[in-house]
Design a protein around this ligand. Structure first.
Ligand SMILES: [Zn+2]
Length: 436
């Protein structure tokens, strides 16, 4: 039975529930994991039996959403840098994964990722990996909310030594996790260059039959785009369309190399996109046309990608990078606004994940995923414009308290839902094997 919580004296910051409420202090009443009521402090009734969290000096934000991650790759952070995607992937990451990925590795490395994300105000992550059952357990045990998508590729993979059995493994994983309060299972077909057309179609059929989201890295590099065009005569997006994969439950991750026809098709099919600007910069993949996607009506969220290609899991930082990258890419100074980027990490991120009815904003009836950001810090001490302060100046250290599904998981900068030091020491030990 969940405890009720009353947050008091905080400054409400949730665009969808009526914009930032200026300097008026507000309360948020949480009951059974749900936001029951929000209002100005002069209307707050304190119930003696309800635990109170004093949010004085804090902004109260909806929990941030990391729309794309491979949590387990915290183990490989710093393993291979200054490389382009295919060299990085084929000569460094795939071999390290073949050697080191076990359920134990995925569990502890994902738990370490959870600690890093919680510390940065992320309450929901869309994760994709192998042994995703261990990742889902790590996120469940950490107190986070996760869309956990099981990886699919054509070749033998960790936990799926026989590719012929891959859909049985994914199907069993989905059956095991469907109905969990915070974990939503999904399918992650790695990419069109690791999955042939039959695999892509079968993965989508499985996702449809289970009512799950279908994720895929798509149009990440020029090389990938040109390779698919040479083989099929189609762009990556039109190739997916030819396989009947584009619909409102498909999420294309990256979407860097898209033309106007691709973008119009994504909008028509209501297919969502997650942009990962720092990963795209670090792997020299290019700049996603976020401006054109948004203007054409595509719902775009934002993600960090894995820690080996970023190298942090910090959505506050990612928001700033996204906004600035779009401005230098030809969008001009008015685009992309801090407000829009903040929505990409909250309400629009929730829409991408099909969770807009339950998370993404602070409103009565929604799940209580609330982040308190300390305004007594350099970046936020005089917020002339709270969006600009959050997107351009805030960092993880400003995040003070994190509540997920009505449970306090970080209290005054201390993670209380699990032992993050244990996760650190386990991952340090696992790292010895990567080096050896
Ligand atoms: Zn990725």
């Amino acid at each position: 039975m969940k405890k009720d919580i009353l947050l008091i004296n905080g400054l409400l910051f949730s665009p969808e529930s009526g914009e930032s409420q200026g300097q008026t202090r507000h309360y948020i009443k949480i009951a059974a994991g749900i936001i029951q009521d929000i209002g100005p402090m002069d209307q707050c009734r304190v119930d003696d039996l309800c635990p109170v969290v004093d949010a004085s000096g804090c902004l109260m934000l909806p929990g941030l959403i990391n729309g794309h991650c491979h949590g387990a790759m915290t183990l490989f952070r710093g393993l291979a840098d200054d490389l382009e995607l295919m060299n990085w992937l084929e000569n460094h990451i795939f071999p390290a994964e073949a050697k080191c990925v076990t359920p134990e590795m995925v569990y502890w490395s994902s738990k370490l990722a959870a600690a890093e994300m919680i510390r940065g105000g992320i309450t929901t992550v869309a994760d994709g990996y192998f042994y995703e059952d261990a990742a889902a357990r790590a996120f469940a045990d950490s107190g986070m909310r996760a869309v956990a998508a099981h990886g699919v590729v054509d070749f033998p993979a960790p936990g799926v030594p026989d590719p012929a059995l891959k859909f049985q493994v994914v199907s069993d994983f989905i059956d095991q996790w469907q109905g969990h309060e915070r974990i939503v299972p999904a399918v992650f077909a790695h990419s069109p260059y690791t999955c042939g057309p039959e695999t892509l179609q079968a993965a989508k059929v499985l996702a449809r039959s289970k009512g799950c989201l279908f994720f895929m890295h798509l149009a990440e590099t020029k090389q990938e785009s040109e390779g698919i065009k040479t083989k099929t005569g189609l762009s990556p997006v039109r190739y997916l369309q030819s396989l009947d994969i584009l619909d409102g439950s498909s999420v294309c991750v990256h979407g860097v190399w898209l033309d106007a026809e691709d973008i119009a098709l994504l909008a028509e099919k209501n297919t969502k996109v997650i942009t990962c600007p720092e990963s795209n910069m670090k792997l020299a993949s290019g700049i996603a046309p976020v401006k054109e996607l948004v203007e054409t009506g595509v719902c775009v969220g934002i993600g960090t990608d894995g820690a080996a290609s970023n190298n942090t899991l910090n959505i506050l930082q990612e928001m700033g990078s996204c906004m600035m990258l779009q401005k230098v890419s030809g969008g001009g100074a008015p685009f992309l606004s801090e407000k829009h980027v903040f929505e990409m990490a909250t309400s629009k991120g929730a829409q991408v994940l099909g969770l807009e009815k339950s998370i993404g904003s602070l409103e009565p009836g929604k799940r209580a995923d609330v982040v308190l950001v300390d305004m007594d810090q350099f970046g936020l001490m005089k917020p002339f414009d709270s969006y600009a302060s959050l997107v351009c100046s805030a960092s993880g250290v400003d995040v003070k308290t994190v509540i997920i599904n009505g449970e306090v998981v970080m209290d005054n900068r201390e993670i209380v839902s699990f032992d993050e030091k244990e996760a650190m020491s386990r991952v340090r030990r696992l790292a010895e094997k990567v080096r050896g």
